[in-house]
Design a protein around this ligand. Structure first.
Ligand code: GBH
Length: 442
């Protein structure tokens, strides 16, 4: 059963989340090229070679989309800003139309009583910066801090909260060690540099925004519940390492000034020289933590025997169309654990949670009962954590709209609202209508 508002504290925020490249339509409004455009242009990287050039055309349809968000009774809307839309070359010249767009978007949220939660970086690096080494280049910390203050100089007076970087693990490890996201690099030295430069860029951006008077600054990390695939010592060691790389590296660095030892064993020799001296910047205090959570993973050693080569195994829980197991207990686990280990009393938001289904429109209706059940079970996990004293202040569903699912193109549908990618017509799904009823104020 879907919980209702009455099951949560009066000031709890219900929201939905999106990201710029996945919905806006990157071809519009004078945005510069990004490394996701480049990555998608290389055959084999993205299903059918799809990209975010048009996506949901949110750039032109944002008023309609925010009407949908408000119509559901949401309190907050989480979106991201495209670096290349604001600064087409990544630094220097600003695209006035880009800043104007985010300015109008924020006002359009406020007009509908939606609290704007902005994420500065959700993965589409300007190609001009990627060409200079991107996250491998230490200078990215200063480039990013400039971008952050440029955006916040324009909208910072009206946003409710700001996060620096969405999912550092994806930006660093998935993209530079596993090579599954742009720029598609598979190299331990590149990965080690990115694993440090992402927290460093976060820290520099926090410093720069504070100096400019910005408040309510957070960081959004992604988490997977990890279990060893079997009872061998090798599987246990592999699961521990996966957990350390995925769930503990970034928060350990940013919240405790301490990267996990078992990861340093492998990455230490490849980290940029003098990285220890950066930890004061990396640990700049933040005001809130965001947790993105979707699934559990069963982990064992990978075939090569090389450090960091870990294998994911299929489990026997029901799965989404991403092949992800549905495991709501994992969300409760990370709320409790991150609060205890890294929270220091800070408010926590579930900044993403949701599932993909093969949703189809039949006579104007979209039946997505599995998504509703998924959301209901994860909301119950949130309520349980709150009852145990974890200061969870908000829950954002990924996603408002079906959108560009990165390397998997447009096949995987996460939206509460169906999007026909031919006509761009929006159709609220059954889950949307059910949530609207649950969120209605009595
Ligand atoms: C979130 O990441 C993202 O923030 C969001 O943009 C995305 O749409 C959403 O999840 C749903 O996927 O490279 O194809 O093998 C969640 C964690 C970890 C999910 C990496 C995708 C890689 C898939 N992500 N994973 S692939």
């Amino acid at each position: 059963m879907l919980p209702s508002r009455a099951d949560f504290p009066a000031d709890f925020l219900f929201g939905a989340a999106t990201s710029a490249y996945q919905i806006e339509g990157h071809a519009y409004g004078g945005a510069g090229r990004t490394h996701w455009d480049d990555f998608a242009a290389t055959p084999g990287n993205v299903v059918r070679g799809e990209n975010g050039a048009r996506a949901c055309d949110h750039y032109h349809r944002f008023e309609e989309d925010l009407d949908l968000a408000a119509g559901m009774g949401l309190d907050a809307y989480r979106f991201s800003t495209s670096w290349a839309r604001v600064m087409p070359e990544g630094r220097g010249a600003v695209n006035a139309r880009g800043l104007d767009f985010y300015d109008r978007l924020v006002d359009a949220c406020l007009k509908r009583n939606l609290k704007p939660f902005v994420t500065l970086y959700h993965w589409e690096l300007p190609s001009a910066l990627a060409d200079l080494g991107g996250w491998r280049n230490r200078d990215i910390a200063d480039w990013f801090a400039d971008f952050a203050t440029t955006v916040m100089g324009r909208i910072g007076d009206r946003v409710h909260a700001v996060a620096t970087i969405n999912e550092p693990w994806c930006v660093a490890w998935l993209s530079h060690f596993l090579g599954l996201h742009a720029p598609g690099v598979r190299d331990i030295r590149a990965a080690a540099r990115a694993m440090h430069h992402v927290p460093l860029a976060h820290g520099k951006a926090v410093q720069a925004m504070r100096a400019a008077g910005i408040t309510n600054i957070g960081i959004v990390t992604n988490h997977e519940y990890v279990e060893p695939v079997d009872d061998t010592p090798e599987a246990h060691a592999a699961a521990r390492l996966y957990d350390a790389i995925y769930n503990r590296w970034f928060l350990g660095g940013m919240r405790r000034g301490q990267y996990p030892e078992e990861v340093l064993e492998g990455l230490g020799p490849h980290l940029p020289r003098g990285w220890e001296l950066d930890m004061e910047t990396v640990t700049q205090p933040v005001d809130w933590l965001g947790i993105n959570y979707y699934t559990r993973k069963l982990i064992g050693p990978g075939p090569s025997g090389l450090w960091g080569d870990l294998a994911e195994h299929a489990g026997d829980l029901p799965q989404t169309t991403m092949g992800w197991e549905i495991y709501p207990e994992g969300l409760h686990h990370f709320l409790v654990r991150n609060h205890a280990e890294y929270g220091g009393g800070l408010p926590i938001h579930v900044t993403e949670n949701g599932m993909s289904e093969n949703d189809v429109v039949v006579n104007g209706e979209v039946e997505d009962a599995a998504r509703l059940a998924y959301i209901a079970r994860h909301l119950a996990a949130v309520a349980r954590a709150i009852a145990e004293g974890v200061p969870v202040k908000g829950y954002f569903i990924w996603s408002l709209l079906d959108n560009f699912e990165w390397a998997l193109g447009y096949d995987k549908r996460f939206g509460l609202v169906h999007v026909d990618f031919e006509t761009l017509e929006r159709t609220p799904k059954a889950s949307y209508h059910a949530l609207a009823r649950a969120l209605a104020r009595q």
